[in-house]
Design a protein around this ligand. Structure first.
Ligand SMILES: Cc1cc2nc3c(=O)[nH]c(=O)nc-3n(C[C@H](O)[C@H](O)[C@H](O)COP(=O)(O)OP(=O)(O)OC[C@H]3O[C@@H](n4cnc5c(N)ncnc54)[C@H](O)[C@@H]3O)c2cc1C
Length: 351
């Protein structure tokens, strides 16, 4: 068979980059429309949730709002799902809809060929591989890079941007940096696991949007002196045994003797792939330019879906639950059918 026919036969209508909830939901919508679709994913299915949620973290969205592709989420006690329940759910959606997902395929480059896009990926083995498609959907999320403080000692091995398993902090002195959900949940869980906990936050109190099942307990622990809160402070230096805080109001310093430092100050959007393919990143907003009805970017045949649409979010307003419509807009645009009417969007608590 001639090469050109072979290449046409192995070509996809659409390649989706990212097997997060919205990438999976988009693949399901496209497959339902009869389009040959494949998802390529740098890590495992749901890699953001697998790597950025500590074990047993509970979502703050209810199961009906996190459900994708017409499949309900069964949870213990009809509660909000945990990380583990949601990852199991994502695997079951992929299996039920028989989606073609290539995990541990990290996209390095997307090239425009004569009549298609060529996607170049590194596999876990280190080998390079290439796939071709008429359309590309970039669903790479909004938290590709950790936010850093750029202070001396940040690279030391006992300073981390992830909580991991709270079990490891038993009997240790831990400084948690941050005052939003991730930091507050970490402070609470480390204390429950038997750590001495310090919390440094540049604000004057815990953030007002901290989950309602975290804030009161942590506030009480602070009030009772069990968790040591250092409000209005910035962490300015880390050494192997200490952390130096600077008080914002008085410009004085506090030196803490600590074993571990958890820098839970959030994530930033990684726009490298969008830029690589020629998508315009809006100045001052850091988010891609796209048509809100079709989700198509300024590059013909290149679409964007999920939290990748929002750039780095200072205040989280684009979540799983208000991105479901992206999948249907993209399917409508590619098949040439009429776009769906937008379901009402709801504002959520910040993470
Ligand atoms: C602790 C915590 C709690 C949260 N709770 C909620 C909640 O209750 N409700 C809610 O709606 N949201 C919540 N979120 C946010 C939620 O995780 C995100 O909104 C959601 O994961 C976004 O889905 P997505 O499909 O757009 O992107 P993601 O889930 O981020 O998926 C993007 C995928 O793209 C892959 N990728 C990136 N670059 C490449 C590349 N070059 N090649 C191949 N693959 C690539 C990534 O590995 C990743 O799997 C929470 C986040 C955290 C950290």
């Amino acid at each position: 068979m001639p090469d050109s026919i072979l290449s046409f036969m192995s070509r996809f209508n659409t390649i989706i980059i990212g097997a997060g909830p919205i990438g999976i939901e988009t693949a399901s919508a496209l497959q339902k429309a009869g389009l040959k679709t494949c998802i390529v994913e740098a890590g495992p299915i749901g890699a953001t949730i697998a790597s950025q949620f500590p074990p047993d973290t509970r979502f703050f969205s209810s199961p009906d709002r996190l459900a994708i592709a017409g499949i309900a989420i069964p949870t213990r006690g009809q509660e909000k799902p945990t990380r583990e329940e949601y990852l199991a759910y994502l695997r079951s959606v992929v299996a039920t809809h028989e989606l073609d997902v290539r995990t541990f395929h990290e996209v390095q480059r997307i090239e425009r060929a004569e009549d298609c896009h060529r996607v170049e990926m590194h596999m876990r083995s280190g080998q390079l591989t290439t796939l071709e498609a008429t359309n590309i959907v970039i669903a790479t999320g909004g938290t590709g890079k950790v936010r850093t403080l750029d202070i001396p000692g940040e690279q030391l091995p006992h300073a981390s941007h992830d909580l991991g398993d709270p079990h490891q902090y038993h009997g240790r002195r831990v400084l948690v940096v941050g005052g939003r959900n991730s930091a507050c949940e970490a402070a609470l869980r480390c204390w429950r696991a038997g750590a001495e906990v310090h919390l440094s936050y540049r604000g004057s109190d815990l953030h007002e949007r901290v989950k309602y099942w975290i804030r009161p307990e942590l506030a009480a622990l602070i009030e009772e002196g069990h968790v040591h809160a250092h409000f209005n402070t910035n962490l300015v230096e880390i050494t192997p045994g200490t952390a130096m805080l600077q008080c914002i109001d008085t410009n004085t310093s506090i030196e803490l003797v600590v074993d571990d430092i958890l820098l839970l100050i959030g994530y930033e959007h990684d726009s490298a792939l969008l830029r690589n393919v020629g998508v315009t990143i809006l100045p001052g907003q850091g988010r891609p330019e796209y048509n809100e009805e079709t989700m198509q970017t300024n590059v013909p045949g290149v679409y964007v879906a999920g939290t990748a649409t929002a750039g780095t979010q200072e205040r989280f307003q684009v979540f799983i639950e208000n991105c479901h419509v992206h999948a249907h807009r993209i399917a409508a645009a590619i098949t040439g059918s009429s776009p769906p009417t937008d379901p009402g969007e709801r504002q959520l608590e910040e993470n």
